[in-house]
Design a protein around this ligand. Structure first.
Ligand code: ADP
Ligand code: MG
Length: 477
């Protein structure tokens, strides 16, 4: 009670002092200020002027001090830090009596800074709560299942996973931005949500904004329409961690990119963590401004490779445990072998057979699995034939198609042939003997050996992994 009384009288006193001292700027100073203000447009450029400097208002002039107001604390600090010196220089040039620049925050006509509130901390905390609320309303919802605990780590995603953990566990910003990229359904969103969850746990006072690039654009356009970009900027520049998912979405959307670029730079300047995901490496993001592309590659770029058989099996095992479902190993192995396109589809396949068994009150077997997933497995087959695979592999390795069938055992021919067998096993539902026949009448054990060998090599040899990936993409893309 006594506190709030004290506060009110402080305000009254201050504004009385304000009038008494007759700090009202004279007409002359006002005219000078108008000139200086409009010269800022020239000096700093249109974009900066519109974003930051336009709302500057002359409040008072006294003893060589120009007192200028802005609507928020954040703007005050930002302007002070980035443009303060040059603005003062401009003032002094216009009128050498001006020696100091004082930027104050004026909200709804009241000078915020003059209120020396004893409960400063309380106020800051409240502001932080408000800010958190506002950020939560703009952030996209997080999937509670997407945690670090439920993320299965394997060779293809080890780097991205380690980087994600580093970002959460570091006291400072270890690299900026963290850029995670990879194909559809390989776990990018899962990792980002995991970071957000863990941040909340470890650093509850930090504000984390997570949203898709699409939503970022939507928010930006809405702010533009409502003539409210100031709030938009302020909000995005005030977070501790900004995560934008699927940045490729803003390719070709120039003004959104421009806005994002400024937000990005502002946050990096403040040493705030930025995390971006995309379906391609920064350099391959067509339709993205060159400046932005190079900026995105500044920090750590971590790619998630297409899954390997081991990782898929690991994920299925984890999922089986989670579902507490009675699924035989042979079924998991079958799925890991057959559903290679992405993890989402793999999970979907497992969910389907579990749900089916539940409803039909049947046990899950290899046969029932094949039956339930008939359409899915056929869709894979329809798209790709062994002939096609052989053609693409031969092309990739600069071999003749005949080498796929020939008996030649030279490494430079035999290895690509094994790659083709591996892909035939993965991308079609042909049996091992059928595949063997297509490769110059080889035995099914030869095919099995090839599949194992390539799976193994992909773990150890990045070149092979990449070759397989490139050909697979060419076939499935
Ligand atoms: P992306 O954003 O790369 O398209 P998602 O993160 O949405 O992919 O992942 C698709 C699905 O696969 C999600 O249900 C996710 O939980 C799951 N998933 C992907 N990678 C893994 C992993 N390593 N461990 C567990 N689940 C995973
Ligand atoms: Mg995603």
């Amino acid at each position: 009670m006594s506190n709030s009384g004290g506060k009110t009288s402080a305000l009254v006193q201050n504004s009385a002092a304000f009038q008494e001292a007759s700090l009202e700027p004279t007409k002359e100073i006002l005219a000078q200020w108008k000139k200086i203000h409009s010269a800022m447009r020239q000096e700093f450029g249109e974009a900066i002027f519109r974003s930051w400097l336009k709302p500057l208002t002359l409040q008072a002039y006294y003893h060589g001090t120009m007192e200028i107001s802005v609507p928020t604390r954040f703007m005050r600090d930002w302007i002070q830090q980035h443009y303060g010196e040059r603005i003062l220089a401009m003032c002094t040039e216009a009128n050498e009596e001006i020696k100091r620049l004082q930027i104050v925050v004026v909200q709804n006509g009241a000078i915020d800074d003059l209120v020396e509130a004893p409960e400063e901390n309380e106020k800051a905390e409240k502001a932080n709560q408000n800010k958190k609320g506002e950020i939560a309303s703009v952030s996209s919802p997080l999937d509670a299942r997407f945690t670090f605990d439920s993320f299965v780590v394997g060779k293809p995603n080890a780097l991205a996973h380690a980087a994600a953990r580093r970002v959460v566990e570091s006291m400072s910003v270890p690299f900026n931005p963290l850029f995670i990229y990879g194909g559809v359904g390989l776990g990018k969103t899962h990792l980002m949500h995991a970071i957000a969850h863990q941040m909340e746990e470890m650093w509850p006072e930090k504000t984390v904004m997570y949203l898709s690039a699409e939503k970022f654009m939507y928010q930006f356009v809405r702010a533009l329409r409502a003539n409210d970009t100031m709030n938009f900027k302020e909000l995005f520049r005030s977070v501790d961690v900004l995560m934008i998912d699927d940045i490729q979405f803003i390719a070709g959307k120039e003004s959104t990119q421009e806005e994002f670029f400024h937000t990005f730079n502002a946050l990096v300047d403040q040493n705030k963590q930025i995390i971006i995901s995309a379906d391609k490496a920064p350099s391959d993001l067509n339709g993205l401004d060159e400046r932005l592309r190079s900026r995105l590659a500044w920090g750590l770029v971590a790619d998630i490779h297409p899954s390997t058989y081991e990782l898929r099996l690991g994920i299925l095992q984890a999922k089986r445990e989670q579902l507490q479902a009675d699924v035989p190993d042979s079924v998991l192995e079958f799925l890991a072998l057959k559903v290679t396109s992405n993890i989402r589809e793999l999970e979907g396949a497992l969910n389907r057979i579990v749900a089916h068994a539940d409803v039909a009150k049947q046990e899950i077997t290899l046969e029932s699995t094949q039956e339930v997933l008939q359409d899915l497995l056929r869709a894979h087959d329809r798209r790709i034939t062994i002939d096609e695979i052989q053609r693409k592999v031969a092309e990739h390795y600069n071999l003749r198609l005949a080498d796929m069938h020939s008996a030649r055992r030279a490494r430079n021919v035999a290895r690509p042939r094994q790659v083709a067998m591996y892909l035939a096993k993965q991308l079609t539902s042909r049996s091992l003997p059928e595949i063997g026949r297509k490769f110059g009448g080889r035995d099914h054990t030869t095919v099995m050996h090839a599949v194992r060998k390539i799976d193994e090599l992909m773990e150890e040899d990045a070149q092979i992994a990449q070759d397989v990936d490139v050909v697979r993409r060419a076939l499935t893309g």
